[in-house]
Design a protein around this ligand. Structure first.
Ligand SMILES: N[C@@H](CCC(=O)N[C@@H](CS)C(=O)NCC(=O)O)C(=O)O
Length: 205
C-alpha cells in the first residue's frame, strides 16, 4: 500500500500504527500539499479532500481517516486495540472517536484560521487552542497508565506518540498532562518504531 503524507503530520500517526503491526507500505512524501502546487495536485489526484493521511490500498481503494485506518488495521492484526467485548475495548472505541471528533478538528480549524474566520484569524487560533487544552486535560484524567488504556499500547498511544509535538507542545504536556506525555514517550521508545520516529523527526527520550 502507499501512504501519502508529510513527516511529523497526521500520516505519522498511521506510520506508527503500520510499524507497530508490521504492515509494509511505501511512503509518498507530499510535503507542501496544503498550498497550491505539484504536491497538492499529486495528493488531490488520489484524495480530492487533500488531507493526509491518505492510504492507497493494494486493490486501489483509497482509505482516509486515522480512526478508520486504525479500526481496519485492528481487524487484521492483534496489538492495536483491546479484545472486542472487553471494557477496555469499549473505552478504546470511545476515546478513538473522541480524539478524531474533538481534538483533531481543533487543528483543522486552528491551523488554517484565515480559511474559516478571515476577519478574526487570531481569535480562532486562541479559541481552538484553549479548547484543545481543555480536551487534553480531560484526556489526562482517562489515562490508566503506563499506556493510555493500561499495560498494553493501542492505537490511541499511536496518536499521542505523534501529537505531543503538536500544539500546545511537550512543555505544556509536562506541566498539565504528564501521564499523557509519559504514555506517548513510552510508545516512542518501542524498538519497532525506531525507523518511523527517525524519518518523522520525532525525538525518542
Ligand atoms: N479526520 C482526518 C483529519 C486529517 C487531517 O486533518 N490532516 C491534516 C494534517 S495533520 C491535514 O491534512 N490538513 C490539511 C487540511 O485540512 O487542509 C483524520 O483523522 O485522518
Amino acid at each position: 500500500m502507499q501512504l501519502y503524507g508529510m513527516p511529523g503530520w497526521g500520516s505519522a500517526i498511521v506510520e506508527v500504527m503500520l510499524a507497530l503491526v508490521g504492515e509494509p507500505y511505501d511512503f509518498v512524501d507530499v510535503e507542501g500539499f496544503d498550498r497550491p502546487g505539484e504536491a497538492q495536485d499529486r495528493l488531490a489526484a488520489v484524495n480530492p479532500l487533500r488531507q493526509v493521511p491518505t492510504l492507497v490500498l493494494d486493490d486501489g481503494e483509497v482509505l482516509t481517516e486515522t480512526a478508520a485506518i486504525a479500526l481496519w488495521l485492528a481487524d487484521r492484526h492483534a496489538g492495536l486495540a483491546p479484545r472486542p467485548g472487553t471494557i477496555e475495548h469499549r473505552r478504546f472505541l470511545r476515546l478513538l472517536i473522541w480524539i478524531v471528533a474533538n481534538v483533531y478538528p481543533s487543528f483543522t480549524y486552528g491551523d488554517y484560521p484565515a480559511r474559516w474566520a478571515p476577519s478574526a484569524p487570531d481569535e480562532l487560533v486562541a479559541a481552538t487552542g484553549a479548547y484543545r487544552e481543555r480536551l487534553y486535560r480531560w484526556l489526562e484524567d482517562q489515562v490508566v497508565g503506563p499506556y493510555l488504556l493500561g499495560e498494553q499500547p493501542c492505537a490511541l498511544d499511536c496518536y499521542m506518540a505523534v501529537m505531543i509535538d503538536w500544539r500546545p507542545g511537550c512543555e505544556w504536556f509536562a506541566r498539565n498532562a504528564p501521564r499523557l506525555l509519559v504514555a506517548a514517550r513510552l510508545m516512542r521508545r518501542d524498538p519497532k518504531l525506531a525507523a518511523v520516529m527517525a524519518r518523522n523527526r520525532l525525538a525518542v527520550d
